[in-house]
Design a protein around this ligand. Sequence first.
Ligand code: ZN
Length: 103
Amino acid sequence: MLQLRMMLGPRAKRSPARSRTTNSSITLSGERLLYRLFHERGVRVFQSQPIQDVCRCSTERVASMLRQFTPQERADMVGDNGKIGVTCEFCSTHREFDPAEFD
Ligand SMILES: [Zn+2]
């Protein structure tokens, strides 16, 4: 089985110890590797683009989501501290809302 490990910039460089154990002794540029694997189908390499690890959640977005629920449903979400706590599953940001702000 062929295992590929593409180097994609800063993130990939963070774990040099691991790449040392999993990489073979042959070093190929990404372009060269793509050509070797897929040249029969035609390979086109586009300009690289920087990527960012960003979540688009915001307090206002979460609040507007909470407004979609009925007052009873919101009341059921209130925790022991009297607040509605919401944790974004993408970026783990935790926000707390006073249930009174939705009345
Ligand atoms: Zn988020």
